[in-house]
Design a protein around this ligand. Structure first.
Ligand code: SF4
Length: 360
């Protein structure tokens, strides 16, 4: 089954009605449609409510920024994010957007894509000696809105023509049909956040199953894309070793290891407000049952001994199944890197290594 987002309604900012992105949405959407003036999206009351409709409006401000996961004391991979959408139609129990977007909860697609691309182009031209990794999947899922916006079909050729950047499209959907006839020219990595099958079932409502994600990965790989995987957040529960091992083996069976650009591992981490939001949810899964302790960045995490054990088990299984694919830890301090990976790369070296390792 292909995951498709079907909102209850679409609201379009009146002044943006005839922009290319708004025209695409209108052409693809046959349901309830409204226009609004500046500020109208403020009528959306909560992140949960926001997931049920799509707001199409102009973005005020800059698009490109450093990944906010980069915190002093944690090894960083020098990743940039470009926010062309905000909020997500899926509803993972642990999603930080529940807390992060409480002041601007509308599920939004931004119309001024050309402004975003001009901003990216200026940065790439100003630093031709550097290689950038840029992702669209921070404040939303990279592909979830594409059935209505078709946005990624504009992004792939843009990045395919730029020698010093890689685009990462990160998703939990299996919506890839629209990417298959494009030529990524080695500059686009389509990546999937993966988890144990029972975490997906219990904590990731509305997402594609593990099998559906991997079938989609196989399809984009055959179409010429590199692929990436993020085992994040790793969650401890009875049977975690068997289920994560099965997920790793399923990845190895689905894709050619030579096409894997990178794999990351990250443990469950919740800000105090997010932990409270998880506890308030009525359908509780493995995440709500996890025992967490405070970390140096104020977020609660699985205690270090268990994190080390989970990382080592996963890393060993990945190495056995996929060989020497680029592997990194997300939001971990040097001491954890040292004990799991046997090294502590600088932020710059890690960023360059991932960008270079993914070059085709
Ligand atoms: S798919 Fe990603 S962005 Fe969407 S709800 Fe889940 S964690 Fe949040």
């Amino acid at each position: 089954m292909t995951v498709r987002f079907v909102p209850d309604a679409v609201w379009i900012e009146r002044a943006e009605w005839d922009t290319p992105l708004a025209r695409t949405v209108r052409a693809r959407w046959a349901g309830a449609l409204e226009s609004f003036d500046d500020g109208g999206a403020a009528r959306v009351a909560s992140v949960r409510d926001g997931k049920r409709l799509l707001v199409v409006q102009r973005h005020r401000g800059t698009f490109l920024r450093h990944c906010p996961a980069g915190t002093a004391g944690l090894v960083c991979c020098n990743y940039l994010v470009v926010n062309l959408a905000s909020n997500c139609p899926m509803d993972c129990s642990y999603c930080f957007l529940q807390d992060y977007l409480t002041d601007a909860p509308a599920l939004t697609a931004y119309t001024n894509v050309d402004d975003a691309l001009a901003e990216i182009d200026a940065v790439l031209r100003a630093h031709p000696e550097r290689s950038f990794r840029i992702g669209t999947g921070e404040l939303s899922d990279s592909l979830a809105l594409d059935p209505l916006t078709d946005l990624s079909r504009q992004l792939v050729p843009f990045f395919a023509a730029r020698p010093n950047a890689l685009l990462e499209l990160k998703t939990k959907t299996d919506y890839v049909d629209h990417l298959l006839d494009l030529d990524p020219a080695g500059r686009v990595v389509v990546s999937w956040s993966l988890n144990a099958a029972s975490v997906i079932t219990r904590d990731e409502p509305g997402t594609a199953t593990l099998d559906e994600r991997l079938a989609a990965a196989r399809r984009v790989q055959h179409a010429g894309y590199r692929v990436g995987f993020h085992f994040d957040p790793l969650v401890e529960f009875d049977g975690w070793e068997q289920e994560y091992a099965a997920a790793v083996d399923a990845v190895a069976a689905a894709v050619d290891r030579a096409a894997v650009a990178w794999i990351s591992l990250g443990s469950l981490r919740l800000s105090p407000a997010l932990a409270e939001a998880v506890r308030r949810r009525t359908a509780l899964g493995h995440v709500a049952g996890a025992e967490l302790v405070p970390g140096i960045d104020g977020k609660a995490r699985v205690w270090r001994g268990l994190r080390l054990r989970m990382y080592r088990v996963l890393a060993a299984r990945l190495r056995a199944a996929l060989g020497d694919v680029p592997l990194y830890l997300c939001m971990e301090p040097p001491a954890v890197w040292e004990r799991v990976m046997g090294e502590v790369p600088t932020d710059r070296v890690l960023g360059m290594r991932l960008a270079a390792g993914a070059a085709w």
